[in-house]
Write a protein that binds this ligand. Structure first.
Ligand code: NAP
Length: 285
């Protein structure tokens, strides 16, 4: 698979496989199926509670560790220096690896929004820097950070994050954050690149799927790529896993990109790092 090059020269496959809820109703064969479909970049997190399940799937898939790009994240309620080092060890043990390709701070603030996030971020980042300097992770980054969180982190630490993983899909493109990251050479990754199904009925997306003879999911994934953003689609079906990688035989025309870029807000998860979660209707409800 094609790769982007992170600011520290580490190569990262341009599409990753999302593993949130992959264990629901599945056995670990789903991870082998994703690797068979062609995914080499997998996105995990301690909070998904399924790293041992993913690790088992990775052992079964028979692909050498160095051919895989594995990401995990330290959860927002485990921020802090000691707890981050502890959580990192746990993730590695569960995944059956002694290093990660990318390790992220999952959110800039703990669930308790009144907690002292400024100091927690700095302490957590010190742990990530130590893991990076010690060769335990090939790259370090953040997730769900807005420009003011990044400003604060970079003012008080020495190594810059090379990735920011944020919610990104047609109808929720977080332009301020993407522009900020682009200016500093921070690679953006898209979580919920299909809005976890919430954007599937959008008329513009359905129109473009017809025009380019692809699915709505493929439009969403191709859209992220053309924005220079790494999509992390999740799927439980081998057919859809394959379809979500089959996005290199067409290109969305500039005029259609403008339509997608200026779509009114749709499909937002209701999650914002500085706010309590806003209830939204999930797809299929
Ligand atoms: N950093 C963070 O805070 C954060 C937050 C959320 C997610 N993430 C990461 O981002 C990944 C992806 O996000 P997500 O799982 O929320 O949502 P998503 O990838 O946007 O959407 C997944 C949903 O779309 C369906 N789907 C997949 N391919 C399809 C296709 N070709 N046609 C029709 N439907 C399709 C899936 O159903 P089937 O499974 O039935 O195919 C599933 O219901 C996660 O797995 C996780 O790794 C990170």
């Amino acid at each position: 698979m094609d790769t982007f090059v992170l600011a520290n020269q580490v190569k990262i496959p341009v599409i990753g496989f999302g593993t949130y809820k992959t264990q629901d109703g599945q056995d670990s064969g789903i991870i082998r199926q994703a690797v068979e479909a062609g995914y080499r970049h997998l996105d995990m997190a301690a909070s998904y509670g399924n790293e041992a399940f993913v690790g088992q799937g990775l052992r079964e898939c028979g692909v050498a560790r160095e051919e895989l790009f594995l990401t995990s994240k330290v959860w927002r309620d485990d921020l802090g220096y000691d707890s981050t080092l502890r959580e990192f060890k746990k993730s590695c043990k569960n995944l059956g690896t002694d290093y990660l390709d990318l390790y992220l701070m999952h959110w800039p603030r703990p669930t308790d929004l009144n907690a002292d996030w400024e100091n927690l971020d700095i302490e957590t980042w010190r742990a990530l820097e130590e893991l990076y300097r010690g060769g335990k992770v090939r790259a370090i980054g953040v997730s769900n950070f807005l420009p003011h969180h990044l400003d604060h982190l970079m003012e008080h630490t020495s190594i810059m994050p090379v990735v920011n993983q944020i919610e990104f899909h047609p109808g929720y493109i977080q332009k301020a954050t993407v522009d900020y990251c682009r200016n500093l050479g921070i690679q953006v990754e898209a979580w919920s690149p299909m809005g976890r199904g919430r954007v599937m009925e959008e008329p513009l997306l359905r129109h473009l799927a017809g025009k380019y003879q692809v699915s709505v999911a493929q439009i969403c994934i191709r859209f992220a790529l053309q924005c220079g953003v790494i999509p992390l689609p999740k799927s439980s079906s081998p057919e859809r896993m394959g379809q979500n990688l089959d996005v290199f035989s067409f290109a969305i025309e500039q005029e259609d990109m403008y339509r997608l870029l200026t779509l009114p807000q749709i499909g937002w998860s209701g999650l914002h790092p500085d706010r309590e979660r806003v209830a939204v209707q999930e797809a299929g409800n």
